[in-house]
Write a protein that binds this ligand. Structure first.
Ligand SMILES: O=C(O)CCC(=O)C(=O)O
Length: 406
């Protein structure tokens, strides 16, 4: 670990004068003074505890601001202050020959900054977390051997695999031209499964995504996790866990409790660029009107049995299946009145009906709504037209990537 600080200090500005600390008058001068003190301590001799204490003051103060009112109204300046607090804390943790535990704490601190803060100094937290991660990887090589044997112990699940009736099956097409996809599916807004269009992804070839691979590229990273088998359940919640904790708890059920959870989020690929390099934007997205930068890429990683209740989204979607298979049902937006959306503003895009076990007394019209269905297999991509209702149940351990585009 002795080399760690020299690697981190190499990416920091060489001196105090070149270390930027500019804020609008939204940030109280006492906070700016504290930030300056942290900066000064970064370039002078002082105790570790004093550095940590001052960084923590910044973190606690800005955390309060981040958690007051709605997230949308949080001023970006406070998110920048929070990121600086994370940076100073990481520096304090890593400066004097940190223990393995302190390095992990530093990784978590970077992740908190990346998730809750705003980018500062050319995204320096992203640069530092890569340095820290390679340090963690070095010291966990032996453990990985052990993980390997645990992977073999995952019990084989016996999912309820629905039999797809031919007349209800989502049509399939192999590598259509841009023009035929546009004419036959995009313009008329018809769902279709595209085969053979992601065969070249490293996620399916050079670095086949697996539990071991995920542990190796992201095991120690803290990410948002959805806890519960479906987001409409009372006990459903969101939390932050490391990828290793998520795998141990929700995939391997190490606690012995059958728990369900979903690592489903759009920041994952920004947070862990190695995973982003394993996937590609589908070429068909160029037919859209939006910019490439406006495409949202989401990760969906979870055990068999995880359900996304029937819901609709305001954008076009390519749902690409990388690991495992998923049962999917699609309903047209024209049949919304038969799908009983929730009344509340928050869930108005979500149906109240449990698709595979509908309450026909409460929702009598549901059975009359026509639908299409499929089992999406690794290497296949489902085109979900805008506002098409979709219900998804993973049949086994599954990793999918969805692209929301316009
Ligand atoms: O895969 C899932 O569980 C849900 C996917 C989804 O709803 C989406 O991509 O919009």
């Amino acid at each position: 670990m002795a080399m760690l600080w020299s690697k981190i200090s190499a990416v920091l500005p060489p001196n105090e004068e070149q270390f930027p600390l500019q804020f609008s008058d939204k940030v109280e001068s006492s906070v700016v003074e504290m930030l300056k003190r942290c900066r000064q301590q970064l370039y002078s001799d002082t105790t570790r505890s004093s550095r940590l204490l001052n960084a923590q003051i910044i973190l606690d103060f800005s955390w309060e601001k981040l958690n007051t009112g709605t997230w949308r109204d949080v001023d970006k300046e406070w998110r920048r202050v929070y990121s600086y607090g994370c940076l100073f804390k990481v520096a304090a943790l890593c400066r004097e020959d940190p223990s393995a535990d302190e390095v992990l704490q530093a990784v978590k601190t970077c992740d908190m900054g990346l998730l809750m803060g705003a980018a500062i100094m050319d995204d320096i937290l992203q640069v530092i977390v890569r340095i820290l991660q390679s340090e963690v990887r070095k010291s966990t090589k032996d453990e990985e051997e052990c993980e390997h044997s645990q992977v073999k112990r995952i019990k084989i699940e016996c999912p309820r695999v629905p039999v797809i009736k031919e007349e209800l099956a989502v049509p399939r097409i192999k590598c259509p031209s841009l023009e035929s996809f546009n004419t036959d599916y995009l313009l008329p807004l018809k769902p279709v499964i595209l085969e053979g269009i992601i065969d070249h992804w490293p996620a399916l070839n050079q670095h086949p995504w697996s539990i071991e691979y995920l542990r190796s590229v992201a095991g120690c990273r803290t990410v948002p996790v959805e806890v519960g088998s479906r987001y409409t359940d009372e006990e459903w919640s969101q939390t932050l866990l490391t990828v290793n904790e998520f795998i141990d708890r929700y995939i391997l059920n190490k606690d012995g409790v059958k728990a369900s959870g979903y690592l489903a989020q759009h920041q994952l690929f920004d947070q862990i660029p190695e995973l982003k390099e394993d996937i590609r934007l589908p070429d068909y997205c160029c037919l859209g009107e939006g910019d490439e930068d406006d495409i949202t890429v989401n990760a969906w990683f979870g055990p068999g049995g995880t359900v996304s209740p029937l819901h609709q989204d305001p954008q076009l979607n390519f749902l690409a299946q990388v690991v495992g298979s998923k049962y999917i049902r699609l309903y047209s937006p024209e049949d919304t009145d038969k799908l009983y959306p929730h009344q509340s503003q928050l869930l108005h895009n979500t149906s109240q009906v449990e698709v595979e076990n509908p309450d026909s007394e409460r929702f009598p019209e549901f059975a009359k709504a026509p639908y299409l269905e499929c089992v999406l297999q690794p290497g296949e991509v489902l085109f979900i037209p805008v506002r098409h209702w979709h219900y998804v149940r993973s049949l086994e351990l599954s990793f999918s990537v969805s692209f929301w585009w316009s």
